[in-house]
Write a new protein. Structure first.
Length: 539
């Protein structure tokens, strides 16, 4: 036993020339030392090494030259990965941390117990991502050879910039996984609420000149982001969403990629937490207001004058208190389900329905973004957060609801239609308000965030269907129109009788005007989309 090395004392060598040498019991389990890696078993390309170390069951095993005290020895040992489930195999000439621990023979008996070498990590000599090879320069024969063996270092892979509390896994080639969260006061490209979690997977880093980098969805080679309502700053690479002659809507929602929401169905529990926070009505003075109740499956019927109010004036709203609100929209809403059914009576739409170029945008049009009342509205405390919350629940984009509010009320919470008494941000009709468990009088006195909560209740049945501003506004106008083909005509039946295409057209002359059709002609979905385009273009 004189040729054996006692790891507790650092005496003598392990057994010169014996690469299969195993520690004996006098080498205490748990003892650590360092060894320079000379070979790594990855496959059977080196048949001699493959057979010597144990074949496929020994994948990841290394040959390494131990350091004895401050000197490198002249023989090799064999060490195996400590964790076969989560592996990080070292490169040639990296310094491995070796530990002595029991081998499989420990199951037999105490008398024939043998320990074995395992490696638990690499000494981070350069604290580099690609490699931390520290060769013995005196043994380098050919300076052109890679000191890291078959692995060729590019020298361009950067460390991932860490936010407080982040856990990252960084690959040698520039890929990585981040388990992190937004942290207030720490600047990153991913914007979100404080401690909102995210998982970022990227492959191939961006080429910006920094020594460290943060993931960039627009510049990295490819990315998978699992976020919690974060703004990722994504930029569309193409505005062409046509596929097989069908309109395909972008899944990105105003720089949001939503992957953690599930549409609720009556047959299964949703995977996201339900919002059960009650919204209190603001009760107007000397008026009784109903307590909000859950909407029933069948809404109460509207009266005829509520379905088709006369609104021919370009100034369609009056106010009940100062300051006055001025509104220029001419669209008559039918914003309650009210037992609406598709009208089976045919309408002659044999003429070709015009093709409509549905616009794709990731930000508000400039004329809306620069509109003074919009700036006041969006900067009202709680409004922006409430819109984000609603859109995460509805699986829609904030820009689409904002365009609809602009078209309906110009962001005025006290906008009132003088003919139909429709009130508020999305112009709740009186019957719609009752259907939602409130009243237009109560809505008139609500704050913007309170009105937005009732707006969410109105749009909730269409969760997952409001994939564009066209569908969002179409639902606001006539809920049953969502998802219909472009040649679908706005006409239907209610409990009060038939609402003809001609009636809808004559009461919505502004749509006809901006769609380029005579008043009284049937309004199709394609015509309505042309009207929406006019809003987007500021016409």
């Amino acid at each position: 036993m004189s040729d054996q090395f006692d790891l507790r004392t650092g005496a003598k060598a392990f057994g010169p020339g014996n690469s299969n040498y195993r520690p004996t019991v006098n080498q205490t389990a748990g003892t650590l030392f360092t060894a320079r890696v000379s070979k790594v078993l990855l496959d059977d390309s080196n048949q001699e090494l493959f057979d010597a170390l144990g074949g496929w069951s020994a994948i990841g095993a290394i040959r390494a030259v131990p350091f004895i005290g401050t000197n490198e020895s002249d023989f090799e040992i064999t060490a195996y990965p400590m964790d076969p489930n989560m592996t990080k195999f070292p490169l040639e000439n990296e310094l491995a941390l070796i530990v002595v621990a029991p081998s499989y023979t420990a199951q037999n008996s105490k008398s024939n117990y043998f320990s074995q070498y395992y490696y638990i990590g690499v000494v981070p000599g350069f604290n580099a991502v690609e490699q931390n090879c520290i060769p013995n320069e005196s043994k380098i024969v050919d300076s052109s050879e890679q000191v890291s063996g078959r692995f060729s270092s590019k020298g361009t892979v950067k460390r991932i910039k860490k936010a407080p509390g982040d856990i990252t896994f960084e690959g040698r080639g520039g890929s990585g996984i981040r388990l992190g969260s937004s942290v207030d006061g720490f600047e990153t490209p991913i914007k979100g609420k404080d401690r909102a979690p995210y998982v970022l997977i990227h492959n191939s880093q961006n080429s910006d000149g920094e020594e460290v980098t943060f993931e960039d969805v627009n510049k990295d080679g490819s990315s998978i982001y699992l976020v919690s309502g974060h703004n990722t700053g994504i930029e569309l690479s193409s505005l062409n969403f046509n596929s097989y002659f069908e309109q395909v809507e972008p899944s990105q929602m105003n720089n949001y990629i939503v992957t953690d929401q599930t549409i609720e169905s009556p047959d299964e529990e949703p995977l996201v937490e339900k919002d059960t926070t009650p919204v209190q009505d603001v009760i107007p003075e000397n008026k009784e207001v109903k307590t909000p109740t859950k909407a029933t499956t069948t809404a109460p019927s509207q009266e005829d004058e509520e379905i088709l109010p006369v609104r021919e004036s370009e100034t369609g709203f009056v106010t009940k208190t100062e300051p006055p609100a001025v509104f220029t929209s001419d669209v008559v809403q039918f914003n309650t389900e009210s037992g609406m059914e598709n009208d089976p009576m045919p309408v002659d739409v044999s003429k070709e329905v015009p093709a409509v170029d549905r616009k794709v945008f990731v930000d508000l049009p400039a004329h809306i973004k620069n509109f003074g009342p919009y700036k006041t509205f969006i900067n009202t405390p709680g409004v922006s957060q409430k819109i984000d919350e609603i859109c995460r629940k509805l699986l829609c984009r904030p820009v689409d609801i904002l365009v609809t509010i602009y078209a309906e009320s110009k962001f005025d919470t006290k906008a009132v239609n003088k003919n139909s008494n429709a009130t508020g941000l999305i112009q709740f009709m009186p019957a719609t308000a009752r259907y939602l468990g409130t009243s237009v009088e109560a809505i008139y006195n609500m704050s913007a965030t309170q009105q937005l909560e009732f707006a969410y209740r109105f749009y909730k049945p269409a969760t997952g269907k409001l994939v564009s501003v066209y569908e969002f506004y179409s639902y606001t106008f006539v809920p049953i129109s969502v998802g219909k083909p472009n040649n679908w005509v706005y006409q239907w039946k209610t409990s009060k009788g038939r609402v003809s295409a001609e009636e809808v057209s004559r009461k919505n002359s502004v749509i006809c005007k901006k769609a380029g059709i005579p008043v009284g002609s049937p309004i199709t979905r394609a015509h309505f989309f042309k009207y929406v385009n006019a809003i987007l273009e500021g016409k």
